[in-house]
Design a protein around this ligand. Structure first.
Ligand SMILES: NC(=O)c1ccc[n+]([C@@H]2O[C@H](COP(=O)([O-])OP(=O)(O)OC[C@H]3O[C@@H](n4cnc5c(N)ncnc54)[C@H](OP(=O)(O)O)[C@@H]3O)[C@@H](O)[C@H]2O)c1
Length: 342
């Protein structure tokens, strides 16, 4: 396994000279995180940051990080940047994404609007989405690096699917999984965005724990697309600000054991700086919150083949803005860790 150090990061000249990135949705939870990361990025410059507001405004939490005003949405100004990041609600991305693609912009879309490749599935879960823009790539960095580097349109993965697919896709591809896949997920409330609802406001969430979206959460379709198997996905809302922990129940094919899981995941992520394989030291949310890491641990019952994997990440970083920066780095020809390694 590689050891990654700050000094091992080579900040090669980007393939796009002085890349300029614009952000739509910069006042949202994911967009603010993205703006923070890009404002401190060693090579990428923020060309513009925009929100839905009709007035230009400053965000107090971004003082001395990004002191320019957040501007009203302006498609022509967005299109002027080398790459546009959309951190918008699905319906807004569904409208703006294709428009920018037609104008020749490269786009990283953080919404779910363009993640599902199957037309029927997309029509069911994202009815506002038109056809996928030409050359749309699913932006799970560790699994699609080469395609992302040259993509015109990157659909950044969902937070829950990132944790699940990173843990399961290599095992499924290696033929190690047998039978049902059950994904029991817990998420902090920032996963639902900044606008409170009856389900997400403080007095509903504080001191409680609830399951939601059982058999009708659109992230299940994204997980199935990424893993190539059907899944039972049960998300829960927990009284935390940020972070996702997924406890994943699977069975291994007869004869397979913990060493096979370690071998397959180790090979898949040998060159993945943001994946930390933890073996039987199961990860928790505190260890990944405010980082771009996805930590994956597992335990296998040698007599039955019953296996539990635990996959953990920060929904706003590896689950959204951090992964978007990884993808931007690849699209600009930069080290994947630039602006994220701390
Ligand atoms: N939160 C997460 O953990 C997470 C993880 C992965 C992916 N995502 C996805 O990322 C996207 C943003 O999520 P979020 O949680 O950051 O949402 P959010 O907190 O609700 O922020 C939404 C942002 O979009 C702007 N906006 C809303 N409607 C708009 C419109 N019609 N035109 C232009 N701008 C508009 C808002 O501006 P105002 O401030 O002016 O309202 C705000 O800046 C969503 O598609 C979400 O599914 C979120």
């Amino acid at each position: 396994m590689h050891t990654y150090t700050l000094t091992s990061m080579t900040l090669r000249p980007p393939t796009i000279a002085s890349p300029r990135v614009a952000i739509a949705g910069a006042t949202g939870y994911a967009g603010q995180e993205l703006l923070r990361l890009l404002a401190g990025h060693p090579a990428i410059r923020v060309a513009a940051a925009m929100s839905s507001s009709a007035e230009a405004r400053r965000v107090p939490a971004l003082a001395r990080i990004w002191d320019d005003e957040i501007q009203p949405l302006d498609t022509a100004r967005l299109a002027d940047a080398d790459i546009v990041c959309l951190a918008l609600p699905e319906h807004a991305s569904a409208a703006l994404g294709p428009q920018l693609a037609r104008a020749g912009s490269r786009v990283v879309d953080l919404s779910g609007a363009f993640r599902l490749r199957d037309d029927d599935s997309r029509a069911m879960w994202y009815p506002d989405t038109p056809a996928l823009p030409e050359g749309t790539v699913y932006g799970l960095t560790e699994l699609h690096r080469d395609a992302i580097a040259s993509a015109a349109f990157v659909s950044n993965p969902g937070c829950y699917p990132t944790a699940a697919i990173l843990a399961l896709a290599p095992l499924a591809a290696a033929g190690l999984l047998d039978g049902d896949v059950i994904i029991d997920a817990k998420s902090g409330v920032s996963g639902a965005g900044k606008k409170p609802s009856e389900r997400t406001h403080f007095s509903e969430v504080h001191g409680s724990l609830s399951a939601y979206g059982v058999f009708n959460h659109r992230h299940a379709a994204e997980m199935e697309q990424g893993i190539g198997r059907s899944v039972t996905f049960v998300p829960h809302l927990v009284p935390l600000n940020r972070g996702i922990l997924e406890t994943i129940y699977v069975r291994l094919v007869p004869g397979a054991g913990s060493a096979d899981v370690a071998g397959v995941l180790g090979a898949a992520y040998a060159d993945a700086p943001f994946i930390r394989l933890r073996g039987d030291d199961l990860p928790d949310i505190k260890q990944v919150a405010y980082t771009n890491f996805c930590d994956i641990g597992w335990r296998v019952d040698a007599t039955t083949g019953r296996t539990v994997l635990v996959s953990c990440l920060d929904n706003l970083l590896k689950g959204a803005a951090g992964q978007a920066v990884q993808n931007l780095n690849l699209m600009c020809g930069l080290d994947e860790r630039a602006g994220l390694w701390r």
